[in-house]
Ligand binder design. Sequence first.
Ligand code: ZN
Length: 242
Amino acid sequence: MKLGAISDVHANLEALTAVLNFFRQEGVDQVISLGDVVGYGPDPEACIELLQQAQAKVVAGNHDWGTLGKTPISHFNHLAVAALKWTQKRLKPEHLLFLSSLPLTMNLNSLHLVHASPSAPQNWEYIFTIEEAFSELRACPFEICLVGHTHRPLIVEKPPIGPVRTIPTPAFSLQPDARYLINIGSVGQPRDGDPRACCALIDLKEKRASFHRIPYDILTTQKKMFTFGLPRPLIERLELGI
Ligand code: ZN
């Protein structure tokens, strides 16, 4: 089974469309989304509908829960709050129903899917360092844990013998008996200095995974955000990938 993995779409329709087109070209069997479908961006309803049409497996992120009021607004910075309030007004009951149906975690074959951290999914903690990744790996009951949340791709491998280590993107083999924590990066608001949409292909049969950066029409997304009065720093960061 060939999986197309995405995270942190953040209501960026142009970026999501470009990634799903890429997945179609690559013959992806199943799309999986690691949360934060909404928040920040100008097209929350269209992004929800596209993921529904793609029959994606989706877990909840902190912005999805923030939109529903399940995570308190005090958890977010003022820019995120402005975008969340705009998103709440924009979404129809059916979109809110979809967001409220999303589980915090999901297991799929040998994969564990969670937006932030496997040890405490509802706390929305960030995994930045190799030490944090290692302790989270021990909390994960599956060989491969896929996360998002930081908007930065990261691959951490714990071989059966030897120390935990990071593996550089873009492509790598999944070693037998090794355990992995893989951060899928962000489709709609990358923060690793590369503004292109980030996604990953995971081939469980071939035991291979690869990261890909997909260019999209950033200017169109920015124009919509400007028209809707979304905060300027959220608009500007898209072209910088920060
Ligand atoms: Zn996010």
